[in-house]
Design a protein around this ligand. Sequence first.
Ligand code: FEO
Ligand code: CA
Ligand code: CA
Ligand code: CA
Length: 598
Amino acid sequence: APGGRGNPRLGFTSVAPNTIDDVVVPEGYDHRVVVRWGDPVLPGAPEFDFSRQTAEAQEKQFGYNCDYVAFVELERDRGLLWVNHEYTNENLMFAGYTDGNDADLEQIKIGMAAHGGSIVEIERVGRTGAWKLVTKGRRRYNRRITATTPMRLTGPAAGDPLLRTEADPKGTEVLGMLNNCAGGMTPWGTILTAEENFNQYFVGGESAPEEAKAALKRYGFATSGDTRAGSRRFDRVDERFDLSKHPNEANRFGYIVEIDPFDPDYKPRKRTALGRFKHEGANTRLTKDKRVAVYMGDDERFDYMYKFVSDKQYRKGSRRHNDTLLDSGTLYVAKLTGDSPASQIDGSGKLPRDGEFDGTGTWIKLCDSRKSYVEGFTVAEVLIHTRLAADAVGATKMDRPEDFEASPVTGKVYCALTNNTSRTPEQADEPNPRAANKFGHILEITERRNDAGATSFTWKVLLVCGDPEDESTYFAGYDKSKVVPISSPDNLTFDKRGNLWISTDGQPGTINCNDALHAVPVEGRHRGELKTFATVPVGAECCGPFITEDQKTVFIAPQHPGEDGVVGAPQSTWPDRGDFPRPSVVSIWHTRGKDVGV
Ligand code: FEO
Ligand code: CA
Ligand code: CA
Ligand code: CA
């Protein structure tokens, strides 16, 4: 029978690969939209009116493109949902939209208000695993975070000259967070949300001061040509987004932001101690001595995996103490070494003679709160120009590190490496063994003594993704005739039994079917038996996923449905079947109340 520790098995039948413009779930399961772009969040918010949208309304309504999803129970059958709003698709938000140069200022303001995040109260539907938005009553926790919400810069780099601007001469206050992709929850119940591709919101890099350009380039800011072309032109509303006038404003984005969902007045904190890069997410684990470790990926081709370990111990129940944990600690970057001869790693995906892509690794210290370990960098410079510091210590260049997640059963830590088509056969190494890596892979990390505070680890490649008929794929050695295609793994979560759930971003472009939520046992004799639990509408990536503590619901967020269409001629009309799609969060449950996946 399925279930049981050590030998879990997934009990559902895979959803077949498809291009259906809907969420598709396995037999025995059902799904329901919980909340959509434009739904009222704050009391007094107007109903969504597509053709008469205003920034004032959007600031009180659910934002666009939903990415990270987290859920906390408030009381029986009622809970709080946190959702990241990573970015906007103006082409699907406004009829006739061309670009930010031609946009009305009001449209730009609507776009800014649709970024950030939302906290909404939701309630169970009947006695199922379905959830819906609470639309009446006080809803005291409901909150919108946008591109203009005041936030505090904290930790060792706060106040550094690199963070000071005309509007904030102290370098400690910033307005808004941008491009928040994935995230995680802390043991003390707060949300960590990760600023990812923040470079795209700035113009004027061609006229930025010369001394700022090397770092701007390393972070992907355009520094030549027409930097305004194709931009959302936030600078037309607020000139701090013009690097020629305010070059340091760029240094104030790219952080892990901590938000307390139970305190509507909590000023979000940008935690500089966790470094600045294109943060995919942030997932915590306690060390053996009860400090907090945070695993983080920098989602760029040939960029790095990081870990932060706090100086202080977590104290259960001490909110005030735990609010300081992410402000002092040590930031590390990962270096991985394969155990097979380099001559056996040819970039084809063919396994080396020992039968595994595996090896050892070290966490290289970049800085702690008092001292930098990188020559030529101060502590603040390590934390603000983290990529340049990590370059200097020879960290391992990975195939776009996305989400991390630790197994609640074994403590092993997993990282999704989404893809990297630029890797050449010469650049293939054991941790990134496939050249032109179109489909991505998943890495499994075992910390020394299974301690999240360790500075060394062993690792294995769990999956080399793709169509199982493709010879370059690997499913932990499992029979490839019994697994399903997967491409571009992005977000990860675990169920209570220790099965890894993987959502994807990029399948349509690589294996010609809609993105999906997959699940796979990682221990026991079914290790590698990958199944498909859900598929998402046309053009959408599958974000979330989040499995509730009671194991009765999976939340997913189909992000950017029909991304490349326009209003009136959309590629997706999900979920309302009108002239445009509406990015939404979905709950999935078993119709007879079984735990999900069992
Ligand atoms: Fe926003 Fe790395 O995905
Ligand atoms: Ca090996
Ligand atoms: Ca992502
Ligand atoms: Ca992605």
